[in-house]
Design a protein around this ligand. Sequence first.
Ligand code: PRX
Length: 649
Amino acid sequence: MSEAKIYDVPAHYSAAGTRNSPEDYERRYAQSVQDPDAFWAEEGRIVDWIKPFTKVKDVSFNADDLHIRWFEDGQLNVSANCLDRHLAERGDKTAIIWEGDSPDQSRHITFRELHADVCRFANVLLRKGVKKGERVTIYMPMIPEAAVAMLACTRIGAVHSVVFGGFSPDSLAGRIEDCESTVVITADEGLRGGKSVPLKANVDNAIRTPGGAGVKTVIVVRRTGGSVNWDGSRDHWYHDLMAGESAEHQAEAMNAEDPLFILYTSGSTGKPKGVLHTTGGYLVYATSTFANIFDIREDDVYWCTADVGWVTGHSYLLYGPLSNGTTTLMFEGVPQYPDWGRIGKVVDKHQVSILYTAPTAIRAIMREGDAPTLESKRTSLRLLGSVGEPINPEAWEWYHRVVGDHRCPIVDTWWQTETGGILITPLPGATALKPGSATRPYFGVRPAILDNDGTLLEGVAEGNLVISDSWPGQMRTVYGDHQRFIDTYFKTFAGVYTTGDGAKRDADGYYWITGRVDDVLNVSGHRMGTAEVESALVSHDAVAESAVVGFPHDIKGQGIYAYVTLQAGVEPSDELRKALVAHVRREIGPIAAPDAIQWAPGLPKTRSGKIMRRILRKIAAYEFDGLGDTSTLADPSVVDNLINGRKAG
Ligand code: PRX
């Protein structure tokens, strides 16, 4: 670990007006953890407050008295911070560069134009009766109207819940029901890689289920012009509603701890959790981390490839960049369309200086060889970023050598939907890099490693990654289920936030994230609960039981491996296997489709009926040695059976 190759801060980089130096990092980090109140009182002023805060932090991680409050007596508005405050100096600067799915479609939207549209849409929402605190579901493709919808919600104090456009009608309905939203904003269709995605039809189908029955208003952006069904009592075209609206709107003064948004994410058990973020702390954290970690300069063109349906698309496509007045590029398409050189070509076309993407995309592009990427110059790039899963050193080296032409530092940023913003990361100009390591904590962040008994491990160590104290961007609750919040994050180990990830710390104090220690999968950087996939599988008539685990996958990082026990009398077949994959796609969405299904006459269970996933993970990974103690199994012979099945399959 400590022998890993080290990339020092490049001289050209530190000379170029970088925000951080190694000494600054050590000094500011020490100050931030010794006196978090003082540090965040100062950092909190990087956003505009309608009413300044006088209190900074009021937190207890004690499960019996859990509370997390930041800047609690301050008032502000997120949309005003992202738009209004830039109008005087940056009104004509491009806020969003939109690059369409097709390479001949793009648009530039200035801060002034975006402000006008957001004000108009805020007025539309008010006219439709949307109230402060009410939840609005957004199910949209990567088009500027998605940003308008999100910002308009924050402008009037409505709480948005963005649902990734790849989720099925059932998944959408579940999320609509959980947060009781009556308004859905969508598009006729999405467009990705030349193929259309039937978003409006999915919304119609979601509304037909009991979960979606409460929806009263659907606002539809016309993206492709494809034909859609229409219910005149409920459906409205976005452009019709916008046409008559005023572009004036006074942003609502929100309390710092008012809810800002809900984002559903998978846990190890049960249905997805509605992660709730609040206004002041989230915005301060997104603004601060974005500025420092991407070392932002006024003329940067910043490109984050994440979809707005994920937290990265919230904090580092939209809120972090716009709050800093940075030009952010929104890409509707996919890296392989029309060819594998697209990412580099978009960089050249818009002179992108910072590219932030996921290891799964890097591996997929790398697999095609250097040639497609080398069709572009990429000389505008200054900095690269990685997010979503551990980046293997080979992909890191390729990203550095080919995409960044040996010139650009890489920030490998570790964080979660729950953390709101990046917690462990290099700072360009300050941190020497080790490929595969997320390196050091951001200011104010106190990571620690505990063994399974909760003992704090010092120095070089490996174990459970926890965070010992709060940071402003931390989630505040699971929407509608505060007990679940406490149970999930504050009960495993007392007095700390449990991340669910494992990590190693090396002799230089660098962190190396080793992946989830719970039953959460990370498939192409997307989180998926094994329990969700299992319950989709058993909802099929042919299936009696199933157990789902992750297995190593070259491109996706982790693939989904499902062991399936069929109902008595049902014969396994290739058709059935395909039908089950299609069933899971329909139930949850394409991202949950199993990569492999193994028929399992029996599953390895303890005498008390608990499935031993450790064994299933090993068999899926083709590691048949060291399966550990199987003597506690009710029927140890099932293991041989499964091994034989794996070898045969
Ligand atoms: O396991 C970690 C992994 O992604 C999980 C969080 O997933 P999600 O909430 O969907 O957020 C993804 C985008 C922030 C974490 O628990 N993860 C995320 N970034 C990294 C990572 N693992 C290793 N290195 C990273 N840079």
